[in-house]
Structures are given as C-alpha cells and as structure tokens.
Design a protein around this ligand. Structure first.
Ligand SMILES: *Cc1c(COP(=O)(O)O)cnc(C)c1O
Length: 343
C-alpha cells in the first residue's frame, strides 16, 4: 500500500485539554477551539472526545463549521462563531443554536434585525486590528440584551516578554463592564498566567500538541511508505531541477507523499525522516506525490519512515519549512489513511 498513515491520538488530545484546564483556577472555564476541521484532525472525531473530557464551550470560525459541530455534539454545549453574524447566516445560527461573536455595529444591527432574541457575544479589538469592535464603537446602550460572552484576542501571546500582551490586557480591562463573562486568551495567553485567564480560556493548538504549549503530549504521527530504494553514484542527481548531487555513493529511498499531501515544497533539502531514532535527511525537491531521502546509514530500510513522530513533532517539521505547527497541521492532506487512537 502506497497510502501514508496519519495516526491521531484522541487520548492525547483529551489529556492536553485537561492539562490546559489545570493551568487556570476553579473560576475559569476551559473552552476548545475547533476551527478548520479541528486544525485538520477531524471535527467529528475530536469534538466528542473533548465533550467527554468536560469541555462545554466550543469555538469555530464559520457558521457552517458551527452547524457541522452541532450535528456532532447534539444539543447542550455552547458553540461560538468568531466571524460573527454574516449576511445569510441567520438560519444556520438559529437552527444550530450557534452564538455569533459580533464584530462591529453592522453585524450587531444585522443580528438585532434577523434574530432579536437569539444569544450573541461580542468580539473587541484590543490592538491586533484583525476582528472586533474598536472600543469607542462599543455603545453599550445599543445592545439588545446582555451578551453571553465578551472576547478579545492577543497578537503576541507566544512571546511572553512582548509588551503588546500587557498593553492589550490593559485595553481589555478598561472596557465598560457589561456584566457578562470575559475571555482573552488562546493557548499562548493561557500560558501567561492567571491575570490573562478571565472567565474562559480558548485553547486550540495546545490541544493538538503544538507550541506554545511546550508540555503538550504529541498527537500526530505520520508514516510514509518506502516505494523504492536505489543506489546513486557520485555525481548523479536526485529529483526535479537536479538540485541535489551525490558527493559519495548513496542509498536513496523514494517515499509516498508530497506537496499535494501538505508536505510543502519548502521542506525539500531541510526536513528529516526517521527510522525509529535514526534520522534520514530529505534530499532533492519534494514533488507532488513523492519525496526522496538519504537512507545510506540505515543497516536495513524499513517499510515506512516517519516524518512526524516521537523524534520530530509538528513544530520541528514546521521549523524545517520556515513555518509554524498550525500550518503543518491544517495542511495535512486528504490522501492519508487516518487512524484514530480512541479513548
Ligand atoms: C484560533 C483562535 C484561537 C485559538 O488559538 P490557538 O493559538 O490555536 O490556541 C482563540 N481565539 C481566536 C479568536 C482564534 O482565532
């Protein structure tokens, strides 16, 4: 079989949620952010495991994602939508009982007109300039009823010393008190300590084993089948563009998976594959369905090599490609055999 295997440890996801939950006090609820199909790992598999672990508040980017999540979770848990109330969203928000986090006066007006009695939350921009009301535009007298939740988002929470963190928290502190629970922190903010926790935290990447939650349990393993192995003589090249030449006699393995599977082209010549604890450098360019690795030092070439696993997680692979673990996870393609380790 040439299909690569992506193993997703649902137990580790539940353990990471519990560990993040333990970082904040009794008065802080821990939510779960499951946008982009649970960071690419499968919303329908991940959500029930987190609900069973105790999560009661979920977050997605789009109303469509919220509707799918409601199908999976059934009634009960709260589902918040970061993009707020967009034109045409009303039936989905109503039928799936989603709570839009309204981002400006136009969304507030749309919500009041279409669903006057339906719960909503507010997102406030405290400095990131991406989503949310500018604080002066938040005229509390215009609110139809008290919001369910007031949120903002930190731009630099993965760098604890960045002064933007305290600055944004200060703006958040100074917002008019409208008597509803407040939420400021994703994974990074949760690591910054109690003064960033407020009533509800919103971790995403930490659940899936990514930085900045350094103590996370790894969640994914990606094993690529070796299709073919060959000897390459001194001076011969490997791959498109003849980018890489053998300087000594080499054994080269060709593995199944390439940039169409999310193993982006920037990994060429940079990433490592692993045969248990022995590293095998990726050589030459990554192509659409294949990549090539130097396996000269292996006494025996196994049937598969890992590109994500115990010796190199999503952040190590991301670093090789000059990106972040989030992008590696959400790019993992549709051609893998997905194997879930269940609780
Ligand atoms: C994606 C997102 C989160 C979760 O962020 P992580 O860094 O993955 O924990 C929380 N809040 C908002 C507004 C987001 O967009």
């Amino acid at each position: 079989m040439a299909q690569a295997t992506l193993t997703i440890d649902l137990n580790a996801i539940a353990a990471n949620w519990r560990a993040l939950d333990a970082l904040s006090g009794q008065g802080t609820e821990t939510g779960a952010v499951l946008k982009a199909d649970a960071y690419g790992l499968g919303l329908d598999k991940v959500a029930p495991v987190l609900a069973a672990a105790g999560a009661r508040s979920f977050f997605v980017a789009l109303a469509e994602e919220g509707a799918a999540l409601r199908q999976t979770l059934g009634p009960g848990p709260r589902i918040f939508v970061f993009s707020g109330h967009m034109a045409g969203d009303a039936p989905k928000l109503r039928d799936a009982e989603l709570i839009p986090l309204l981002n400006d006066a136009a969304q507030l007006r749309r919500h009041k007109d279409a669903l006057p009695l339906h719960p909503y939350g507010l997102q406030i921009d405290t400095g990131m300039n991406r989503l949310g009301f500018e604080p002066p535009d938040l005229v509390t007298g215009a609110l139809p009823a008290p919001p369910t939740l007031l949120i903002s988002h930190l731009a630099c929470a993965d760098t604890p010393d960045n002064p933007a963190n305290a600055q944004q928290r200060g703006v958040f502190e100074d917002l008019p008190r409208i008597g509803c629970p407040r939420s400021l922190s994703a994974t990074g903010g949760t690591m910054l300590g109690a003064s960033f926790h407020y009533d509800l935290t919103r971790p995403g990447i930490g659940l899936f084993g990514g930085m900045p939650f350094a103590a996370a349990r790894p969640v994914v393993r990606l094993s690529l089948p070796v299709i073919q192995t060959r000897s390459v003589a001194v001076g011969e090249f490997v791959g498109y563009g003849a980018d890489w030449h053998a300087e000594t006699p080499r054994r080269i393995a060709t593995l199944s998976s390439g940039y169409a599977d999310g193993l982006i082209r920037a990994l060429g010549g940079k990433a490592m594959l692993w045969a248990a604890d022995r590293p095998c450098p990726v050589v030459g360019r990554v192509s659409m369905d294949l990549l090539t690795a130097d396996v000269t030092d292996l006494p025996e070439v196994p049937a598969t090599l890992d590109i994500i696993g115990p010796h190199a997680g999503i952040d190590a692979l991301a670093a090789a490609a000059g990106t972040i673990g989030y992008e590696i996870l959400t790019s993992l393609g549709a051609r893998y055999q997905r194997v879930y380790i269940n609780p």
